[in-house]
Design a protein around this ligand. Sequence first.
Ligand code: F6R
Ligand code: MG
Ligand code: MG
Length: 384
Amino acid sequence: MADKITLSVIKADVGSISGHYMPHPDQLAAATKVLSEAKQKGLLIDFYVTHVGDDIQLIMTHTKGPDHPDIHGLAWDAFQAATKVAKELKLYAAGQDLLSDAFSGNVRGLGPGVAELEMEERKAEPVITFHADKTEPGAFNLPMYRIFADPFNTAGLVIDPRMHAGFVFEVFDVYEGKSVLLKTPEESYDLLALIGTPGRYIVRRVYRKEDNLLAAVVSVERLNLVAGQYVGKDDPVAIVRAQSGLPAVGEILEAFAFPHLVAGWMRGSHHGPLVPVSMRYARVTRFDGPPRVLALGWNISKGRLIGPADLFDDVAFDETRRLALQIAEYMRRHGPFMPHRLGPEEMEYTTLPEVLERLKNRFVKTEEVKVVKRHSEMLSGEHD
Ligand code: F6R
Ligand code: MG
Ligand code: MG
């Protein structure tokens, strides 16, 4: 039997032109050079380097399997090379996502995001890679549910006998560092009870129930991490296999036709619509956003990456984008108020607690407030 192929998508923000806008072309070239040397040496079968917003995306195929130190080390080297360029050009936030100076065999927990899917190539192997910026891995919860569990989105759940039994979702609790497997359709309500809280419960993998074929993987890195300790949000990537007993490419894309609200955007602290964009618009401007997602279509042929097809580069998504921009305007008008700004639980991982800390000692019991108020009225001469 032929070797299994692993598709590894590893991403990191290691510096950007302007603010957190997009990487410099020289950074992409530096990462490309590192990967192309690895391809020449035979470590990679194929690769593609791109970006969404300020994140460099390494899309790689090989036969080493997931979590392999050679592949993770290679990605680390590529990000180091891009960081070097960022430092030379004095780009913004050079090396931001490389949280450690030392690489120790695996990039998980060190900053980069990782989605890896090992597969036995089918007769034809259509795959979509999703790359999002200014949001968190839970942003894929709603579309993953729609793709694999909602017959109003995916006609194949009703029509195709190979999908009819449904799918199994692995949901990861980022606070506890634990996973649970839930079957659809029979446990759909339990699944929704969890993944409706996308800041905590993340769809990490989806399997076809009939034969346990791994159909989708979402990056949960950084979150995963550091021994179950939640350390904040990360711009996510996802891999979804398509067709022939799995959701069709069009069913997968359909899940993004509704620009749902996700957490992220400015300072990782605001809700905004997830805008499906083409490569041309894979950069962020307004209020450092709005959050966006790129969909690249591939066929994998003995590990070769045939593509990409820039799948959201189509007028069929224009109305989604128009609605998203209206929602962006509506949300922005809330300024610093919830629900535009995230709730206190999630703000804990931002710089807001420092501000609140300064006010801590100025809080007084209600009785004392009256006294203070009387004082200030007396001072301003407003008392009667
Ligand atoms: C969000 C993001 C940006 C920054 C913002 C402030 O993921 O990357 O919105 O949070 O531009 O950046 P600093 O604190 O570096 O000035
Ligand atoms: Mg960034
Ligand atoms: Mg980013």
